[in-house]
Design a protein around this ligand. Sequence first.
Ligand code: NAD
Length: 434
Amino acid sequence: MSPETLTRRAASARRVRPAKTDFDLAIIGGLGHVGLPMGLVFANQGLRVALYDTHAEKVALVKRGTMPFLEHGAQPILEAVLGRTLEVSSSSDVISRARLVMLAVGTPVDDYMNPNLRAIVEVFSQLSPHLRPDHTIIIRSTVYPGTCRRVQQLLAGSGGTPHIAYCPERIVQGHAIKELSELPQLVAGLSDQALADATALFAPIAPKIIPVSVEEAELAKLFANAWRYIQFAVSNQFYMIARRFGMDFNRVREVLTDGYGRAATLPTAGFAAGPCLLKDTMQLAAFNTHNFLLGHAAMMVNEGLPHFLVEALRQRRDLSRTTVGILGMAFKADIDDIRDSLSYKLGKILRFHGATVLYSDEHAKDPSFISKEKLLASSQVVIVGVPHSAYRNLAVPDGVELIDLWGVMQPSGTSHADHLAEHPRQASRGLGRR
Ligand SMILES: NC(=O)c1ccc[n+]([C@@H]2O[C@H](COP(=O)([O-])OP(=O)(O)OC[C@H]3O[C@@H](n4cnc5c(N)ncnc54)[C@H](O)[C@@H]3O)[C@@H](O)[C@H]2O)c1
C-alpha cells in the first residue's frame, strides 16, 4: 500500500474518532523494557501518554522520576516529560481515557516451551470494561502467529473494538531510545482504521513505515529472533569445535572474517540468553508443529554451552576444591536485566559439581554479588558471563585461570599490548555482538 493511500485512510479514519480524550496513547505494560522506552519517546514527541502497569513498586519508582532498569538515555527524558506529557498509573481507568491503546506485556512460553496465549487473553478479558468500540489497539508484544486475529475475535464477541494493529518491537534491549528512531517499523492492521492509526503513530518517529499483513508481521518478528538465535548457535558450535581441538576460536574467527565480507556477520561466541531469543525460537517451532530442526539444534547448542565450559574445566580441575568467579550476571552486556541469564545456569552446574561459586555484576543488583575486584582476588578460575564494558582490558591476577569467550579481559601473564594483538578486531572495532 502506498504512503498516499495510508495518509488518505488515516485522515478518513480520524473523522470518526471521539472529539476529546485525556491521552493520545495508553500503554498496557507501560513500565516494562518495551513499554517504558516507547512511552518516553512518544511523550518526548509531545504526545500525551499514560503508562499503565500492575507492578506497584515500579509504578511508585517511576512516579518519583526514577527509571526501574538501565535503559541508555531514558532517565533525562523521564525527568523532562513526567507530569507534563507523561502520566504513570496503576489504575486501568487511563485506558478508557486514551485515543489509542498499546499492549506491551510479556508473552512468555510455559515451562514446557509452549506458547502461552492465555496471558494475552486474560489481559483483554480484565481490561474489556475500559475498551471502547472505536479504540485502536496496537499490539507491540511478540506474539504466537494467529494471536492478533484471536484477540480481534475475542473482543468483537464481547462488543469491543475490531481495530487491532500489530507493530512488532525489534529494538535491542537497553538501546531502545536510540533504535526507535533508527529502525524501520513494520505496521499491520486488521482494519483500515487500525492500519491508519498505527501508521500515523509511528510515522513521526520511525525513518520508514513498512506496511505488511498481520500474519507477515507476526512471522517476521519470530524469524528475526530465531535467525539471531541460530547465528549465535553457529558461533557457539564453532567455538566448541575449536576448543575441542585446542584452538582459539577468536583467532580463527578473526582470520576468517578479515577482508571476507561473506563471513562478516559471524558473531563472537558467548551466552545467547535473555527473555526473547529462545522463547521466540520455540514459539516459531510450536507454530510449525514442532518441525524446526535448526531452531531446536540452536537451543541444544546455546543451552549446552555452560555444560561444555564446566565439562572442560572438570578435565583440568577438581571442582570441589575450586572457587570459580562469574563476572557478569545480566543476560547481555551493559544492561542490568538478569532474566533467563545463562550465567545462573553456569553457576548451578558448577555448584552441582561441588565448586564454590562467586557472582559479580556491574549493573544488576543482588546482595549476594561481590565487586569485580574482590571476585578477581578470591577466585582460582574466572569466567566472563557477559562482556560488560567495565571488564574490557581488566587484568586477571597471576595464577588465575581465565575463561573469556568474548576476549574482553586481559589474561594473567599478558601485557595490555599482547592482549590487543591477540584480539585485534575486538580491540579496534568492538565485540561484533550486542
Ligand atoms: N525486552 C526486549 O528487548 C524486547 C524486544 C522486542 C520484543 N519484546 C517483547 O515485548 C514484550 C514485552 O517484553 P518486556 O521485556 O518489556 O517485558 P517486561 O516484563 O519487562 O514488561 C512487561 C510489563 O508488563 C507489566 N504487566 C504484566 N501484566 C500486566 C497487566 N495485566 N496489566 C498491566 N501491566 C502488566 C509488568 O508489570 C511489566 O512491567 C514481550 O512480548 C517480548 O517478547 C521484548
